[in-house]
Design a protein around this ligand. Structure first.
Ligand code: NAD
Length: 254
């Protein structure tokens, strides 16, 4: 049985993945701002450092996997919180835990989104994320909109994953990402409650080829597979779990 560390295990997709791993006899160290083994606010450096230290203390012999699932929706304010949690916390924690996961030839599974390709790859905000300049990124996004803040943070996480596959593989870490479509979680409820973005999300849900929205278990089932030994040769992949919506929007890109 494995030992996994994750963030965002209190609710939604992360809550479901945590439940599934525990049900199968794995151990899970869960970091969250609300409830978990380690309570930490990952929007700031102190919280991230405390989370890394807490995980290292609980896993001195390494981890089989790390899943940074914590994320904030496009309606979160101030807008700077979105890249802070969705991008910078992910990268900082992955870097801080790389040796622990490498120790067991384990896997890191990042949580992107089917919205990631909706922001151009040369968007200055995405480039600032990837350059690692958190203060400049937060300043840049404060004049933009929630959709760009969210989708751009997910584009950056995906690009960071692809750019780091070789180095992480050499360090014994299999890196992959999932890109879920609309999934019924507290995050989505917050977006639905927003007049403008809620309507846009509902309209998008109506167009999904394989029908509507996902439940958290439909995402967690695939994540659990990607973390398992059965997926041992899957490395550097972005798994769209979105009812076909990415293929609908970008049929010639893969
Ligand atoms: P959720 O709101 O249910 O879960 C997010 C979790 O992150 C919560 O447990 C929350 O407490 C935690 N969190 C938020 N801010 C934090 C902080 N500052 N420090 C520590 N923990 C914090 O949402 P979800 O939909 O399950 O989202 C999980 C992941 O899936 C996110 O990264 C999200 O962007 C991504 N995602 C969700 C959807 C969707 O439609 N729900 C689609 C694509 C991607």
């Amino acid at each position: 049985m494995g030992l996994y560390a994750m963030t965002g295990g209190a609710t939604g997709i992360g809550g479901e993945l945590r439940k599934q791993l525990l049900e199968r006899g794995h151990e899970v160290i869960s970091v969250d701002i609300k409830e978990g083994d380690i309570i930490a606010d990952l929007s700031n450096r102190e919280g991230r450092e405390a989370a890394i230290a807490g995980i290292r203390e609980r896993a001195p012999e390494g981890l089989d996997g790390f899943i940074p699932c914590a994320g904030l929706p496009p309606v979160a304010r101030p807008l700077g919180l979105i890249p802070a949690v969705n991008y910078f916390a992910v990268v900082e924690m992955a870097e801080g835990l790389r040796d622990l996961v490498g120790q067991r030839r384990g896997s890191m599974l990042l949580v992107a989104s089917n919205s990631a390709p909706m922001v151009p790859k040369d968007d200055p905000y995405v480039e600032l994320c990837l350059a690692g300049d958190e203060a400049a990124t937060i300043e840049d996004i404060s004049g933009k909109d929630g959709h760009t803040a969210y989708a751009g943070s997910k584009r950056a996480v995906t690009a960071w994953m692809r750019r780091n596959v070789v180095d992480y593989a050499k360090a014994g870490v299999r890196l992959n990402a999932v890109a879920p479509g609309i999934t019924m979680t507290p995050l989505t409820e917050q977006v639905y409650a927003d007049e403008e973005l809620g309507q846009a999300m509902r309209d998008f849900g109506d167009m999904v080829p394989w029908g509507g929205t996902a439940q958290p278990d439909q995402i967690a089932n695939v994540m659990r597979f990607l973390l398992s030994e059965e997926a041992d040769f899957v490395c550097g992949s972005v798994y769209f779990i979105d009812g076909g919506s990415d293929a609908m929007l970008r049929p010639d890109d893969f």
